[in-house]
Design a protein. Structure first.
Length: 466
């Protein structure tokens, strides 16, 4: 796509800057390009580019005059050059992103023509993330998350100067728009080295600023079943969940391939919400902490209280309704599989009930039960509770993948409206509750005919609290 623009370089200079140059040096493919063209006659230059690309751009940032082209799977951002090229590169975030090339040299992949005033290539070779200027983070605190993203994507290490300045600038993240924060978190969370990135963000205080609900868990001691405070437990569970997502060793061979495939195909935003849910699963514990008469600690209703705390958080991050609902399900039902694992007689109706409560993304939500248990203490894999949870999880995954139509979403012999007619009752709340009950009975193999369905429905209606 960029090749179409080469003929314009005989009329005015075009420079490729930023991440695309970095990725060229690293040998990574890129479909996202930042171009600089002269400020003088900018509208005319942009019109000529539009004619060659055959696409109309739209304004991405009004103040900085950045225009974006979407060309199939390629994104091209074009901005006017304010001042000199050296001045522009000096204003950029990290040295590895502060390099430039003339367009014709970039297309030709001429590494000898790279313009590098800030030792970016040297830092790339060292896999070190270094700030271009001393005020880079104070000018835009979101660059702290961008640093985290580059750590997550490239496996780089932050310089000591970057670490120190991130500690000072982290509070400024409160002023960053939620949409930009969520965008960076999403790209960071799904990257290969996300654990390293989150560990760094936690050390510099960025997570405490973004998620004060999580920070409030620090120092909150738990009952005898936990070796760690709520904060340490949540952090260990989060990191364990990231590991389980990448390598679900506890899954039986019959389901592991299907499980791995499903996790790999989830949209990035859904994956990020699930992993964020792991971090925030116990935010209700500080507010719900209590003591029994014998002095033992309790956290009654901490799941429900956690759900009540979520709306301000989801609004801060500008989550969509789908994302907010998924995060709510995670916090509300994160203990449910562990509760089922303690059932003396687990049956298919329990598995149906779990899927109904967890929803379309029951699989990634259910995996958390393993990480949650392992984060209670050291060597929890030796505890009988671990075997019970893993066994229950594999039963659920088997039902989800191989008996979905029987157990997870069973089909009833009659539609709800026909059932209401058979019972001679008008549709209402009773009907919705009855259908849920009947589907659970169908999952257990107890609704195989219309007659069975009508009989069970009559009995259920008669016993309902009206």
């Amino acid at each position: 796509m960029l090749r179409r623009l080469i003929e314009l370089t005989f009329r005015f200079p075009i420079h490729v800057v930023g991440g695309a140059v970095r990725d060229l040096i690293l040998g990574r493919g890129s479909n996202d390009y930042d171009l600089l063209i002269p400020k003088q006659d900018f509208p005319s230059h942009l019109a000529q580019m539009t004619a060659l690309l055959g696409k109309k751009p739209f304004v991405l940032h009004q103040e900085s005059e950045i225009w974006r082209y979407h060309c199939e799977e390629t994104v091209i951002d074009v901005a006017p050059l304010h001042g000199t090229l050296a001045e522009d590169l000096e204003r950029r975030d990290f040295t590895v992103n502060s390099m430039a090339m003339e367009l014709k040299d970039f297309v030709a992949e001429d590494h000898g023509a790279i313009i590098d005033y800030h030792r970016g290539r040297e830092h790339l070779a060292e896999q070190s993330l270094v700030l271009t200027g001393s005020t880079a983070l104070s000018a835009d605190a979101l660059r702290i998350l961008r640093a985290g993203r580059l750590i997550a994507e490239l496996g780089f290490s932050p310089s000591s100067d970057l670490h120190a300045k991130a500690l000072l600038s982290a509070p400024l993240l409160r002023q960053c728009p939620g949409e930009r924060v969520w965008s960076e978190l999403t790209r960071l969370t799904v990257a290969p080295f996300a654990s390293s990135a989150y560990t760094w963000l936690e050390k510099v205080g960025a997570l405490a600023v973004l998620f004060p609900e999580f920070a409030a868990e620090r120092g909150v001691l738990q009952n005898q079943y936990h070796s760690f405070c709520v904060y340490e437990h949540s952090w260990r569970a989060f990191l364990g969940y990231l590991e389980a997502w990448e390598s679900p060793k506890f899954a039986e061979s019959a389901v592991r391939e299907r499980l791995t495939q499903e996790l790999a195909q989830l949209p990035d935003n859904i994956e990020t919400v699930c992993k964020l849910g792991a971090l925030l699963h116990d935010i209700g514990k500080p507010r719900s902490k209590g003591f029994r008469l014998d002095g033992k600690v309790t956290f009654y209703r901490h799941e429900q209280i956690g759900v009540e705390m979520l709306p301000p958080l989801t609004q801060r991050l500008r989550l969509s309704s789908v994302e907010a609902k998924l995060l709510t399900r995670f916090v509300r039902w994160h203990t449910y599989l562990a509760q089922l694992a303690r059932q003396p007689r687990l049956h298919e109706g329990h598995l149906y009930r779990m899927a109904r409560r967890m929803g379309a993304y029951s699989v990634p939500l259910s995996l958390f039960s393993v990480a949650d248990l392992l984060a209670k203490g050291e060597e929890m894999w030796k505890d009988p509770a671990y075997t019970a949870i893993v066994t229950t999880l594999n039963q659920f995954l088997t039902a989800w993948y191989f008996r979905h139509d029987e157990i997870i979403q069973p089909t009833l012999p009659l539609s709800p409206l026909v059932l209401a007619e058979e019972l001679g009752l008008p549709p209402g709340r009773w009907l919705q509750e009855s259908v849920t009950f009947l589907e659970e009975q169908a999952a257990r193999g107890k609704v195989k005919s219309k007659e069975q369905m009508i009989l069970l429905a009559r009995q259920y209606y008669a016993n309902m609290d009206k």
